[in-house]
Every structure is written in C-alpha cells, then in structure tokens.
Design a protein around this ligand. Structure first.
Ligand code: C2E
Ligand code: CA
Ligand code: CA
Ligand code: CA
Length: 275
C-alpha cells in the first residue's frame, strides 16, 4: 500500500510539473502570438428583440496559430488571467474593437469582455480611455461585459473602477448572469446598465416549465433594477419568440447570427441599414 501511495505521489508530482511546464509554454506562446499578430476578433450581432434592429456586436477573440489548429478562448483566457497576460490581450482587443466599431455608423455599439482580474488595478479606466481616444469611438458606443463574480474580491476597488468607467460614458453589463455565486445586492451596489443571461439557461428554454420560469424571473429581476436585459445563446425561433413575449430587450445567438469576421459584419450592417 505504501508503494502504491508513493507511486501516486510521484505521478501527482510529475503531473504538477507538467502542468507548470504547460502553463509556462502557453505564456510564451501567447506573448509570441501578440507579437506575430495571430489574434483576430470576430463579431457576433446583437439585436433589439422587439424591433428586430441590429444594435451592435460582441467582440470575441480568436487565436489561429500559424500552421496549427485554432485555440479557443476558453483554453487561453483563463491562463492569461492567471499569469497577467490578460492585460496585454485586453489592450489589444479594446484597441481593435474600438477602431473597428468606429466605422459602423452613429448608433451601433461594440461590447468587449473584460476579465474580473482587471478590476484589481485602477488603470483600467485609463486603458479604456486610451483605446477610445486613439480610435475616436464615442464612449457611449462601447459596452464592457463583466462576469458577475468580479465584485467579490475587492468590492470597494471594483466600485471605484466602475464609477470611473461610467464617468467616461461607457456602459457596463453583468455577463454570464446565473453562473456565479453573486448575491443580488451587488446589482444595487454596482453601477451596471445591463445584464446578460448566460446561455446555459437557454438550454431547455422554453420547453421546460422550470427553465421558462427561471428566465422570466431573471428578466423581471433585471427590470426591477432598471437594467437592460440581453439573452445569449438563442438557437431557435421558439426561444426568440418567447423572449420577445417576456419583454427581453436584446438577444444574440446562432439563430440570429454567428460570430463572424469584421468584413462579414460590416456587410451585414450594410445590408440591414437600408431596410
Ligand atoms: P461569453 O462571454 O459568454 O461569450 C459567448 C460565447 O458563446 C462565445 O464563445 C460565443 O461564440 C458563444 N455563442 C454565441 N451564440 C451561441 C449560441 O447560440 N449557441 C452556443 N452554443 N454558443 C454561442 P467563444 O467565442 O468561444 O468565447 C468563449 C468565452 O471566452 C466567452 O464567453 C468569454 O468569456 C471569453 N472570451 C472571448 N473573447 C474574449 C475577449 O476578447 N476577452 C476576454 N476577457 N474573454 C473573452
Ligand atoms: Ca460575453
Ligand atoms: Ca464572459
Ligand atoms: Ca456566457
């Protein structure tokens, strides 16, 4: 039994070491990818559900290493959050998204995902201001999506950063609502403009009575806090119809449009702005 225990320990130690190697290797690859310009942004259209109007787009990062398979954001964003490279990535995303969106016409916005760890430092406000200034994009056309657990570690600090961002004129949205452990009080404490229901809640919606009640409840909750509500992960017409009936303001999902390269999104804007 002792030998087995030791073997397990050796296996565990080796595994830890290889995980550490993997992380170091990934960090170097991310830095190299920033230098080699291997990141791109895709844009997923967001619609006003009641009018059907194309309201803007969410910027989603894509990584296509030269000669290798694409690496999905779920595989490198968490690592970049851990090792701090997320700041360099986000600066790149902010600059590119603001520049791209400045060509979309007066009332279309772009929304950018900001990692919770970026709220640990107060320079987020300056970083966002810099991206806006160098692109010329008005602050009112930028939205930041912040995962709901952001507010817990350093609430006072997060509040000040959010107030600074709001003072610029930027809109703030709670992302992935319903996946974290946040207490409802933070909807009142922090200056959010909107709330996004996580797509995991769309799974059995609207067929299941329970999913339907939960989604209706989240929409009512958002409205009680005077927040605009966006549903993500809309994959069927039945979901779209029911969300409209429940007075959900905005939506996105494969049924409405997949994330697409800038040129495709610009073409979509072009084809809808005349109708
Ligand atoms: P998220 O913020 O929840 O973004 C929505 C994800 O759902 C995206 O995955 C999108 O492609 C996918 N999606 C959209 N509509 C549908 C649908 O109808 N059905 C299904 N099954 N999926 C749909 P993606 O692009 O792989 O991004 C995954 C996550 O990575 C994002 O989740 C976000 O947390 C993070 N991420 C992506 N880009 C960035 C970025 O630029 N910065 C940061 N910090 N995080 C990012
Ligand atoms: Ca998001
Ligand atoms: Ca997110
Ligand atoms: Ca989500």
């Amino acid at each position: 039994a002792r030998a087995a225990g030791r073997n397990r320990w050796v296996w565990y130690a080796n595994n830890m070491a290889s995980q550490r190697d993997h992380k170091r290797d990934m960090a170097q690859r991310i830095e190299q990818a920033l230098r080699d310009d291997e990141f791109t942004l895709h844009y997923q259209p967001r619609y006003q559900l009641q009018s059907g109007r194309l309201a803007g787009a969410e910027a989603l990062i894509r990584w296509q290493p030269a000669g290798g398979p694409p690496i999905p954001p779920d595989r490198f964003i968490p690592l970049a959050e851990e090792n701090g490279l997320i700041v360099a990535i986000s600066d790149w995303v902010l600059a590119r998204a603001c520049r791209d969106a400045s060509g979309w016409g007066a009332d279309r916005y772009v929304s950018v995902n900001i990692s919770p760890v970026e709220f640990r430092t107060t320079d987020l406000v300056e970083r966002v201001a810099r991206a806006l200034a160098s692109s010329g994009l008005p602050a009112t056309r930028l939205e930041l999506e912040i995962t709901e657990n952001v507010t817990f570690e350093h609430p006072q600090q997060a509040l000040e950063v959010m107030q600074g961002l709001r003072a610029l004129g930027v809109r703030l949205t709670v992302d992935d609502f319903g996946t974290g452990y946040a207490a409802l009080g933070y909807l009142k404490t922090f200056p959010f403009n909107g709330l996004k229901i996580d797509r995991s809640w769309m799974k059995d919606f609207p067929e299941s009575q329970q999913a339907e009640s939960v989604v209706a409840g989240i929409i009512a909750l958002a409205h009680a806090f005077a927040l605009t509500i966006t549903a993500e992960g809309i994959e069927t017409e039945a979901q779209l119809d029911q969300l409209k009936r429940l007075s959900c303001e905005e939506g996105q999902g494969y049924f409405l449009g997949r994330p697409m390269p800038l040129l495709a999104f610009a073409a979509l804007l072009d084809s809808t702005s005349h109708t």
